[in-house]
Design a protein around this ligand. Structure first.
Ligand SMILES: Cc1cc2nc3c(=O)[nH]c(=O)nc-3n(C[C@H](O)[C@H](O)[C@H](O)COP(=O)(O)OP(=O)(O)OC[C@H]3O[C@@H](n4cnc5c(N)ncnc54)[C@H](O)[C@@H]3O)c2cc1C
Length: 443
């Protein structure tokens, strides 16, 4: 026989979505149930003196975004991302300056590949322009209408079908950037893939700020504000409607509440929420997640390094597909010694490392870092590896058609999380805010 306790609202999941929802409802009797022994979910950083190692999300929305407001409300310090966002390294060439339109002429490519890259670049540029027009907010429309329009943009084909066949080296360049979404170009809805380039080519497009001191700072601030409302190490096994309210099962215990906000990934939500409408269950089942293997490097350089002016570098044909200069946000004045880099292998790059243990991955990542930047030899003093088996949900073609089923009202049960839209943590926070708002309306 399970024991039953009561509260106003149960929040399931202590990632940024769950914590943001609870934060907005903290004047109520709210309980957050988190399965693991830490909160933050796919946001994780660890301080190392003045710098930090980063393992998950690292760039966030600006001051006007829902994430920006949450960052401000919690008193967390954030600063504009400094440095080049669209750098590319191919072979022994690192391009971290000049317009991206000049890359086809500066990368080590054959004439045929150069021509293919120019053609694909022109097609993509035009599509990015259309994406920007589609994404622009329109007077009087709801957030849901805007999100639906974004999901429907070029949603009838894959990115590969949209761009057409490419020579292998050109394909590798696009793939390394698109893999940031955790999917392969063949799997991703074309519009979503185009949106990724919109993000990378336009600093103002959304993800424009780093959290000074590391991404976990915002999680720590939320957790401090919520205090003992958070219970960790409590995996929820069932969320059921019970009259006008809910019952939430965890271990031998049941919590009865007026409402539940379920802020777990789609594949967990699908299994723990009972009696979902058939189309909602099917839509949750249809959200794929791709893997990441992250390497976080602590560096001890005493002076300037060649990556100082770069924030994000695509690294096709290496063991990792992206490199980020995590400490670049600190480089606005005189340069202090030491730093931190994050690399990751996403999607197919991550699957290629599945057989290696962490030491093997660290060795391979380091070898590539040294090859890319010989100046990195002897300056890396710590390497940590983090694997995310299901790192990010990505839209397959047809994703737009799932949206109504994912967002339909479920009475006292409200869903939140990044899988409900296209803006990563921003979607997580927006859907959390919306869920908290609906809970209040029903109160
Ligand atoms: C390597 C990497 C880099 C990224 N970079 C960026 C970036 O730069 N910018 C950006 O905006 N986004 C980025 N993202 C995505 C971002 O991390 C996510 O969009 C965001 O953190 C999702 O938050 P969430 O709360 O929806 O889900 P999660 O963070 O997954 O939180 C869900 C929580 O639910 C808990 N849980 C699961 N099952 C149960 C259960 N049964 N009972 C109770 N609790 C449960 C989990 O332990 C977890 O804490 C990145 C992701 C990765 C992996």
């Amino acid at each position: 026989m399970s024991s039953v306790s009561t509260c106003d609202v149960v929040v399931v999941g202590g990632g940024i979505a769950g914590l943001a929802a609870a934060w907005h409802l903290r004047d109520l009797d709210v309980v957050v149930l988190e399965a693991s022994e830490r909160v933050g979910g796919r946001i994780r950083s660890e301080a190392r003196g003045p710098v930090w190692l980063n393992f998950g999300a690292h760039v966030f929305g600006g001051a006007g975004s829902a994430t920006g407001r949450l960052i401000a409300e919690t008193g967390t310090a954030a600063a504009r991302v400094e440095g080049r966002l669209a750098a590319v390294a191919l072979g022994d060439r690192v391009l971290a300056s000049g317009r991206v339109e000049t890359y086809p002429f500066r990368l080590p490519l054959s004439l045929r590949s150069r021509a293919a890259l120019v053609r694909a670049g022109v097609v993509l540029r035009r599509a990015v322009g259309r994406y920007a027009a589609t994404a622009a907010e329109r007077p009087g429309e709801s957030a849901a209408e805007r999100q639906q329009r974004m999901l429907d943009f070029l949603d009838d084909r894959s990115f590969t079908d949209f761009l057409g066949p490419l020579p292998p080296d050109v394909d590798a360049i696009f793939r390394a950037t698109l893999n940031r979404s955790s999917g392969e170009p063949e799997e991703l809805a074309a519009g979503y893939g185009v949106g990724y380039f919109h993000l990378v080519w336009n600093r103002g497009a959304g993800l424009s700020r780093n959290i000074v001191g590391g991404s976990s700072r915002v999680i720590d601030a939320l957790a401090a504000g919520l205090g003992d409302r958070i219970r960790m190490g409590v995996p929820v096994t069932g969320v059921l409607r019970d009259g006008d309210g809910v019952r939430v099962r965890c271990g031998g215990e049941e919590l009865a509440a007026r409402a539940a906000i379920v802020a777990t990934p789609a594949y967990v939500t699908r299994t723990i929420v009972h009696d979902l409408p058939v189309d909602t269950a099917a839509a949750l089942d249809a959200i794929p997640y791709g893997p990441y293997v992250v390497g976080a490097f602590l560096t001890k350089e005493s002076g300037p390094m060649p990556w100082d002016g770069t924030y994000a570098l695509a690294t096709p044909q290496r063991s990792f597909s992206m490199l980020f200069n995590t400490a670049n946000v600190l480089r606005t004045g005189d340069r202090d010694p030491g730093g931190s880099l994050m690399v990751y292998a996403a999607a197919g790059y991550a699957r290629a490392l599945a057989e290696l243990d962490d030491a093997g991955v660290a060795e391979r990542f380091l070898a590539d870092l040294h090859d890319l930047y010989p100046e990195a030899r002897g300056v890396v003093e710590e390497v940590e590896i983090q694997r995310w088996e299901r790192g990010l949900p990505y839209p397959r073609p047809g994703r737009g058609r799932l949206q109504l089923a994912l967002t339909r009202p479920l009475g006292p049960i409200h869903l939140a999380g990044d899988y409900l839209g296209t803006w990563y943590t921003e979607t997580a926070v927006r859907t959390a805010n919306a869920a908290a708002g609906r809970v209040r309306e029903r109160a």
